[in-house]
Design a protein around this ligand. Structure first.
Ligand code: AFP
Length: 322
């Protein structure tokens, strides 16, 4: 079985980017250990603070964020980072070649129930001639990503990653601390009978989404003339991993639950990296108005609607908006 670095070299990934990827992954190995220790790690529970999203920070959120922030900013490769847990971007090396966005611990509400959580990261080239402290460096379309991935802290610690040459799975061998290539060129089935959505928000969705999901629930009694199954892990990393592994449809649609916040998922460090992975695996990742990776960002914490997964099912959903 191939280790990560030789697998990346085989894909002609440049050595600086390989070193940066290994730096990100070094932090995830520590996070994986802390997560695996559960209550023994002494970092369960919540802090007394809120992040810029207005969410109570779990202690593990803070620890994971600090681990990634420190190792990336000390690496020399990184001009700046942006994180779900940081109010604004944080400057690194003015001459660093890359900028990194990350959600250090996606699915934090799953920590206390020992359910799936993960780290999501997105790497872009640092624009020339901009100050390392300028958050506008991150206002690049998702198509500019040179690498994106997540590490899923489950029974196994699994890395899903793409550098634009397919989406591949690597499994952390905890006996010697290396990520080993375990599945190359993951392909999402074009059709699916499994969907993932938080149904409790149904009455707040736009009518086309209510109609589309309603027809899935009607199953063989409705216009789809077949039954569907539903899964909701409430951690995007877990739900997207299922989609990459066995196909599926995932959405966190626009809703008018709180009119000032019509969307939930963050563009820079949730929707864009997941979209890169899904598209590289033959799936689609859109809003009701177009491809997520073509959105021109306006803010590093901007939120977007997400509709992703098996190609034919995403297209079926979009047909309800016409
Ligand atoms: P947390 O990190 O606050 O648990 O949020 C996770 C998340 O951003 C995303 O990973 C899930 O898909 C989504 O929120 C779950 O949202 P609901 O709790 O509203 O279902």
């Amino acid at each position: 079985m191939q280790r990560l670095a030789p697998a990346l070299r085989a894909d002609n990934v440049n050595l600086d980017l390989i070193s940066l990827i290994k730096t990100v992954l070094a932090a995830t190995k520590e996070i994986s250990f802390r997560v695996g220790q559960g209550a023994l790690s002494g970092v369960m529970g919540s802090t007394l603070d809120e992040n810029i999203q207005g969410e109570v920070q779990k202690e593990l959120d803070v620890v994971a964020n600090q681990l990634l922030k420190d190792i990336l900013l000390e690496s020399g490769f990184v001009k700046a980072i942006s994180s779900e847990e940081e109010d604004t971007s944080v400057a690194g090396n003015q001459n660093g070649k890359y900028i990194v966005s990350f959600d250090p611990l996606d699915g934090s509400s799953n920590i206390e129930i020992n359910s799936l959580i993960g780290t999501i990261f997105s790497i872009m080239e640092a624009p020339e001639g901009m100050d390392a402290a300028d958050p506008d460096m991150f206002k690049q379309q998702g198509t500019k990503q040179v690498c994106a991935g997540y590490v899923l802290y489950g029974p196994a610690t699994i890395l899903a990653m793409t550098t634009g040459k397919g989406t591949h799975f690597y499994t952390l061998d905890k006996t010697h601390g290396s990520y080993m290539l375990t599945e190359k060129n993951v392909q999402i089935s074009e059709d699916t009978s499994e969907f993932a959505v938080n149904m409790s928000n149904q009455r707040f969705w736009q009518q086309p989404m209510q109609n589309y999901i309603g027809d899935l629930v009607k199953g063989s009694d409705g216009p789809r003339e077949r039954n569907f199954n539903m899964r909701w892990i409430a951690a995007m990393v877990g739900d997207v991993h299922r989609v990459l592994t066995r196909g599926g449809f995932f959405t966190y649609p626009a809703d008018n639950k709180s009119p000032e916040k019509p969307y939930k998922l963050r563009l820079m460090y949730e929707a864009n990296p997941m979209s890169f992975l899904v598209e590289q695996a033959g799936g689609l990742s859109v809003t009701s108005e177009g491809r997520i990776m073509e959105i021109e960002p306006t803010d590093i914490h901007q939120r977007v609607e997400v509709i992703l997964g098996s190609k034919n099912e995403v297209e079926k959903c979009l047909s309800y908006y016409k």
